[in-house]
Design a protein around this ligand. Sequence first.
Ligand SMILES: [Zn+2]
Length: 376
Amino acid sequence: MFRFDLQHECDGARRGVFHTPRGDVQTPGFMPVGTVGTVKGLTIDQVAATGADMILGNTYHLRLRPGHETVARLGGLHKMCGWDGPILTDSGGFQVFSLGALNRVTEHAATFRSHLDGAKIELTPEHSIEIQQALGSDVAMVLDHVIALPASATEVEDALARSIRWAKRCRDVADRPEQALFAIVQGGLDPVLRRQCATELASMPFEGYAVGGLSVGETPEEMYATAAITTEYLPPEKPRYLMGVGTPRDLLENIARGIDLFDCVMPTRNGRNALAFTDEGPIKLRNAVHREDTRPVMEDCVCLACRHSRGYLRHLFNANEMLGPILLSHHNLMYYGRLMREARAAIEAGQFSEFATMKLRGWGFEPMSVSANGVH
Ligand SMILES: [Zn+2]
């Protein structure tokens, strides 16, 4: 029921289509994050208008509130939030990691205390799949053991070995043909461990592979190098998803390293904080320089925010009006959606490197530090 068609390759980048029972996902693609069953601030029609094919829901948050059983009784995550297309749910591993001192990981489970009421919850690989089945997502993720970087070699190896064992336990209970299961490659910044983890997971039957454990404090260059070494050992006929990444620059740099799918809260979180992404780099709309600026954020943008002047948007944020965060969240997701469409067209035209260089220069970065598959 799930199939990935790799249609073009150019300068290390891949153009493909991930077919799911609820519709096709064009890649490279960006998934807006709907943490608790809503992409913050936007209606589902506004999310669809950004060109997103698949959105993301967070298992940890939905498990706590309203509860996965309640979501199921409300008809599942699609019906509840009104999204007909594919939905990917994470496994909860990253959120448990984010809780820091509130969590404890053993071979059996990650045990954590709810950030809402302090209740103790045990998240086993099996329970993570059970929750994702109740939510009814189209793509489920295996539970992985995420650790903070930098970490000692022993800690990284221990988390990696556990992540592989947990991936097997997830595969054993994820038995619904209409729900794909993606494995997550761990291994910190160590190329040997990344290769080992990617190779082991690639030998198991997953519908897709994620690069996990990044965007946790490493430099952009470390992230890009790790993505490159990981994708080299993943099967080319399966989609690759880089979790929790990133800036517009991160997207293009990682597309050049063979990544197909991304998700990140950055467009909406930054939008709520008055920061708008543009081809000239981010604009901070609270700044006084925009006070009487009659121009839109971007001239050729068709989002809801760009019908208005920068001066009006600044006023909305200064007056703490809820419309400000709504409009800029829409602009930023439209910007990410357009960036992905342009990247796909550039790959099809055999000009990805030229396209990425032009964008990176506009944002104030040097052209891509590497080109084509020679990066490895
Ligand atoms: Zn706009």
